[in-house]
Design a protein. Structure first.
Length: 232
């Protein structure tokens, strides 16, 4: 009878000890933070006559200085899920873009603020940042000149590389041999050159976005041109 009582007492003591350890390990100071799913977001100011802007994610400003045409933020890490994005005139509460945007975890995006300031809107693209094959670079083209017609991007005097893209349209990232390219912008389907681009040097393993900027009839900083973004 004593042995049975002893075993019962011992088991009760063990259960009490384990329970004490479990409850003490759940002290509020010992709570383990769960990982937060994130996405990458690169924001580009591509509205030729818009002033410098601030970017707010869920009403929290994420840029330290005004973002001006045609610059970009580089990739920002944001929580995945549906986020509220606002673009404000820098230093003010005047909101020119307000949108709820869904972001998938571990996916990268580029958000372009586009068009003239009176009609400013956005273009959101997913960014495939898969590493290019050896000796290759990946390049995409985005047409962001509000008043320019549809265009082809071609080698100077040669073959078309990216055909028939109108305002707000884009290509996918396309593998090209690393090297330096002399490119021109032609009116779609013609040999009429609207713009000759500066030499474009593509490094092996790199990923680039080239976007048409400015107005077709613009001058100075608002003149028709092209901007290159290094995505990696």
């Amino acid at each position: 009878m004593k042995k049975i009582l002893s075993r019962t007492w011992l088991m009760s003591a063990m259960v009490a000890t384990v329970s004490t350890i479990m409850f003490s390990s759940c002290d509020k100071d010992d709570v383990i933070a769960l990982p937060i799913d994130t996405s990458g977001l690169l924001v580009v100011h591509a509205s030729p006559n818009a002033p410098g802007v601030d970017l707010l994610v869920d009403n929290a400003k994420v840029n330290s200085a005004a973002l001006t045409f045609p610059l970009n933020t580089g990739y920002l890490s944001i929580n995945s899920g549906t986020r509220n994005l606002k673009v404000n005139v820098s230093g003010t509460s005047t909101t020119v873009i307000n949108a709820d945007v869904p972001f998938t975890k571990n996916v990268n995006y580029s958000l372009f603020a586009v068009d003239s300031v009176s009609k400013i809107s956005t273009v959101l693209l997913q960014d495939d940042l898969t590493t290019p094959a050896a000796g290759k670079a990946h390049v995409r083209f985005v047409h962001l000149s509000p008043d320019a017609p549809a265009v082809d991007i071609a080698l100077v005097g040669g073959a078309v590389v990216f055909p028939n893209k109108a305002f707000k349209e884009s290509t996918s990232f396309t593998p090209l041999d690393a090297g330096t390219y002399n490119l021109e912008v032609r009116l779609t389907g013609t040999s009429t050159v609207a713009l000759t681009l500066p030499p474009l040097t593509l490094q092996s393993g790199k990923i680039y976005t080239v976007f048409a900027k400015g107005f077709a009839g613009g001058t100075g900083s608002q003149a028709l041109g092209a901007e290159v973004i290094a995505n990696n």
